[in-house]
Structures are given as structure tokens and as C-alpha cells.
Design a protein around this ligand. Structure first.
Ligand code: FES
Ligand code: FES
Length: 179
């Protein structure tokens, strides 16, 4: 039996000694915001906070997380609403598929806990263990700067969409396709 403190709630779990913190979070507690990417400490998708610092839950045993205050993405928002990091990532459009985002945002929160006004190299260093296959990182770094209150989101003129052809708004007769 182990006791875990997750997002301010106490949990008692019966787990095998080999159970990782990530497995306990996702499969015992149903907190699936922490993603199971590489499962070997390479991608950062499973990042959670332990006493405010970023750790990789896929290479942390659930037993070893006892006595730590664990925060997952589900617990990042507070009574005042979204954490500034979450708001900034949304305002900057710093995501595409979203798979890396929980880990990215928690690493960013850990950085801002330690260093409220980080330089760009400090941001890059802090997020260097979080891999994103979609965005190219520029907007992610921008979002951390926005969360730190160091800049506003880039303003980009919206790209006007082309008018659809008149025929696109009409139901089309389904054509039979010859085998
Ligand atoms: S799933 Fe933990 S680092 Fe990739
Ligand atoms: S938004 Fe898809 S992996 Fe980062």
C-alpha cells in the first residue's frame, strides 16, 4: 500500500513495487493528462510537478513519489481559473496535436516557479527535455515569455478564406462507382 498526494488530494493505492508514477496516475487514478510517450525518459510527455519541480513520471516509481506533492496537468488550474501558462499557450496558439502540451506546460510552470523572468536560453534549456513533433517550438517559447509577462502574443493578420464555389453548398447526387 502506498499513499500519494496528487493535485491536493490524498490517495491510498495497492500497487506492485515496479509500478511507475505515470502508471499509477493514468491507470489507477484515471488522470490521463500525463501522456505515455516513450516510457523511458526521453520525450517529456509524462512530466509532472513534484513539490513544484518537473520530474519524469515514467521513470519514477510510484513508491518513491510518496511524501511529494504531485501536480498533474489536471491540477494546474487553480481557484482563479487557468494557470497563466495554460492561458498563454492558448493565446499564442502554441499547440497543434496537443500530445506534448501537458508536459510542456508543467515544465514551463516549474521554470517560472524558479525563475519568474527567464531569458530565452533559460526557456530553451528548461524545455529541452520536452519534445514536440508538431509546432517547431517558436510559439512555445513565445508562450512562456507571455506567461512570464515579458511580452504579448504576436499579432498576425488573419488569412482571409476564399469564397466557396456555389456548387459546394448544394448536396451532391452520389454517383455510382463502377467496380
Ligand atoms: S513518457 Fe516519460 S519521458 Fe517519454
Ligand atoms: S503539439 Fe503535437 S507533439 Fe507538440
Amino acid at each position: 500500500m502506498i499513499r500519494l498526494s496528487v493535485n491536493g488530494e490524498q490517495h491510498q493505492l495497492a500497487v506492485q513495487g515496479s509500478r511507475t508514477l505515470l502508471e499509477a496516475l493514468r491507470y489507477d487514478l484515471g488522470l490521463t493528462g500525463s501522456k505515455q510517450g516513450c516510457d523511458k525518459g526521453d520525450c517529456g510527455a509524462c512530466t509532472v510537478l513534484a513539490n513544484g519541480e518537473a520530474i519524469l513520471s515514467c521513470i519514477t516509481l510510484a513508491h518513491d513519489a510518496q511524501g511529494l506533492e504531485i501536480t498533474t496537468i489536471e491540477g494546474l488550474a487553480g481557484p482563479q481559473g487557468l494557470d497563466p501558462v495554460q492561458r498563454a499557450f492558448a493565446d499564442c496558439g502554441a499547440l497543434q496535436c496537443g500530445f506534448c502540451q501537458p508536459g510542456m506546460m508543467l515544465s514551463a510552470r516549474a521554470l517560472l516557479n524558479q525563475c519568474p523572468k527567464p531569458t530565452l536560453p533559460q526557456i530553451q534549456e528548461a524545455l529541452s527535455g520536452n519534445l514536440c513533433r508538431c509546432t517547431g517550438y517558436t510559439k512555445i517559447y513565445e508562450a512562456v515569455q507571455v506567461a512570464a509577462g515579458m511580452r504579448t502574443p504576436s499579432q498576425r493578420a488573419p488569412v482571409p478564406s476564399e469564397r466557396a464555389a456555389a456548387s459546394d453548398s448544394k448536396a451532391q447526387t452520389v454517383k455510382e462507382i463502377a467496380p
